[in-house]
Design a binder for this molecule. Structure first.
Ligand code: NIG
Ligand code: FE
Length: 417
């Protein structure tokens, strides 16, 4: 496949040593009037359209190559959405109205809404029905320019239903040309049948669920919602320990509602800590010195109607690596649009459009430990691309609330939006 007449190709090339930090977040590696040649699902060469058309190999093989004319539009690496919860059955419309009437996330959870209200739907649903829903969400993500997705379980919250959720993620991933990274989030909240017995639930997660997930090779990461009303720092460390013993990497929801000190977790080398609305100043240099990415999910701040957003500038100036994700879920962030998350990052977190693009692509890939294959347009990487109806990359976060993605390429397979 040959993409030609790319007005602006945002390559994000040259970041093989680690996630982008500080001023390197702004280095997009743009090529004007560009072309990309892909073979066998991989990018083989990147350059100027006029040089590509002069290439002797291409001249000889032109008829065998599918040519896509990008008509002067912007092309960038497909977005890497490194934080989603797609395995759920129903939107939470009552919670939505309660919040409009003034209740907050924690009050709604205490009144029986929130995460717990999605459990029954997932437990009762068949694997086939759930797979249809997740597959539809993946397709919709691709229509918005996302080509790699991290997908969490976390609404089953017993052994059988968590394994079902992970099997669903696997089944839906097989039907999608993009790339899916499964994460086990058995420690999302304590399910109702373990109310007042959270220690026993943590034991179940550590001693039964994690071993079963590892045995079935069903997840790449173990995630924990570490916050007031969910799991404590001590419980989180126990779960990380169990994950480590079973060869699974870790990540966590951290600092969404309240501050938790990060130091005790960094020794587990989490791929990413997500939300990060409340973080202690003294933890920033530790984070900056680590390989852990701070992933912001401003869709949740927006949808929960918060005035406060994560302080991206504080993180960037301290040298921490930052990523952006949608947090697609029925309670706090029912959006699967990465451009929407990027727009919020620009308008409410004062990230520049260039920083937002880096955070949504190569740094998302680092947050999933996939940067060797994903997140930039470079020879040797997977052919994952997004074509936008735009002439300037800054238009991507600028036109909010509409989808300007016109084509994605996932592992070499084109799909129109
Ligand atoms: O990332 N904070 C915990 N998990 C989700 C919310 C999930 C839900 O409300 O269903 C989040 O915001
Ligand atoms: Fe989340």
């Amino acid at each position: 496949m040959l993409l030609v007449n790319i007005g602006q190709l945002v390559t994000l090339r040259g970041s093989s040593i680690g996630p982008r930090r500080g001023s390197s977040l702004s280095e997009l590696g743009i090529i004007a009037n560009a072309a990309i040649l892909c073979l066998g699902g991989m990018i083989v060469s990147v350059g100027r359209t006029k040089d590509a058309l002069r290439d002797p190999w291409l001249k000889k093989n032109r008829k065998r190559v599918t040519e896509i004319d990008c008509r002067g539009h912007v092309v960038l690496p497909g977005f890497v959405d490194s934080h989603t919860h797609p395995v759920f059955t129903h939107p939470r419309l009552l919670d939505f109205e309660k919040r409009i009437a003034g209740a907050n996330y924690e009050e709604i959870a205490e009144a029986g809404g929130g995460i717990r209200s999605s459990i029954e739907g997932v437990r009762k649903a068949s694997k086939a029905a759930l797979t249809e829903m997740v597959a539809a969400a993946l397709q919709d993500m691709a229509r918005h320019g996302t080509t790699t997705v991290e997908a969490k379980s976390g609404y089953g919250l017993n052994l059988e239903s968590e394994l079902k959720a992970l099997a669903v993620i696997r089944a839906a991933a097989r039907r999608w040309p993009g790339t899916v990274v499964p994460t086990f989030l058995g420690a999302h909240v304590v399910p109702p049948e373990y109310r007042e017995r959270s220690q026993e639930y943590v034991k179940l997660v550590c001693e039964e669920m994690i071993p079963a997930v590892a045995r079935g090779n069903l997840a790449r990461f173990v995630d924990v919602f570490c916050d007031r009303g969910a799991f404590s720092g001590e419980e989180t460390a126990k779960i990380f320990q169990a994950a480590e013993e079973h060869g699974l990497a870790v990540r966590a929801h951290m600092g969404q509602l309240t501050e938790t000190r990060l130091q005790p977790f960094l020794r587990f080398n989490p791929a990413s800590l997500d939300h990060m609305d409340h973080v202690h100043d003294a933890d920033l240099p530790l984070l900056a010195a680590s390989g852990t990415v701070a992933t912001f999910v401003p869709g949740a701040n927006y949808f929960l109607g918060l005035n406060r957003y994560p302080e991206a500038r504080r993180f960037i100036e301290s040298g921490a690596a930052v990523a952006l994700a949608t947090d697609y879920n029925p309670g706090s962030s029912p959006t699967l649009s990465m451009p929407m998350a990027m727009s919020l990052a620009c308008t409410h977190m004062k990230m520049t459009p260039a920083e937002a693009i880096t955070a949504a692509t190569i740094n998302g890939a680092w947050a999933l430990r996939l940067a060797d294959r994903k997140g930039s347009v470079e020879p040797g990487k997977d052919a994952d691309l997004a074509v936008f109806d735009a002439e300037d990359y800054r238009e991507i976060p600028y036109w909010f609330g509409v989808n300007r993605c016109e084509l994605t390429v996932m592992n070499g397979m084109p799909a129109e939006s």
